[in-house]
Design a protein around this ligand. Sequence first.
Ligand SMILES: [Zn+2]
Ligand SMILES: [Zn+2]
Length: 246
Amino acid sequence: MLSKILDFFWPRECAVCKGASDRPGRYICSGCLMRLPFLPVDGLCRCCGRDAPAVDGEFLCTGCSSPPRPSFDRVGSVLRFDGYLRELVNAYKFRGALYLRNDFVDFLEAFVRVRFPVEKIAFILPMPSAFANRFWRGYNQCDYLASALAKRLSVPYAGRALKRCGVFRKQSELTADERRVNVKGTFAVTAEGRRFIAAMPPGSSVLVLDDIMTTGSTLSECAKTLKKSSVENVWGVTLARSQMNS
Ligand SMILES: [Zn+2]
Ligand SMILES: [Zn+2]
């Protein structure tokens, strides 16, 4: 009975192939790890992180060089929201598979160290979830990832720097233009956020963590709100990047 309970909370098998995990404390085995859809770390738009297969080094994509330009300064995603990764992220987000956190934080940490000057990050904050989402799921999956990432990078963590306000529809049901309008004015900087911003060293940045990025309009609105409160640079990192279906 006890081992059944333990297996439920801390399965010792790989979350993908169900074989024994060969990585201590991790739930994606090394074979499955190699097959995950990691995005390239080169040939990316220096603003939104979109990849262009034929380009070497950095470039600025058309979406980021003509209005409406995104409000963030640099965003990157670790993996493509595809195949097994989609299953794993959904299990983590909606079915309480929190044991996957360390695997995901490994990916995020390695990625941030390659793509961002860590010493310039003043603090890390999670994308705030709508109260209703947190209520139904019982936890905010982004908080867990962001707080663990902050600890690994030895960067201050501001879990409640931003809050969501106002009424908005689920982004996944909307087109790209509708998404931009839908998130307008739905974030606000909290008293905690103002304290963290006041303590930022000159020339430093804020790093916002979200789980999945599609058009980037939520991250952009988040950045806009922070910039209205005198943050100079806003960076973003997401575990996965998804394509619009329509
Ligand atoms: Zn496996
Ligand atoms: Zn771009």
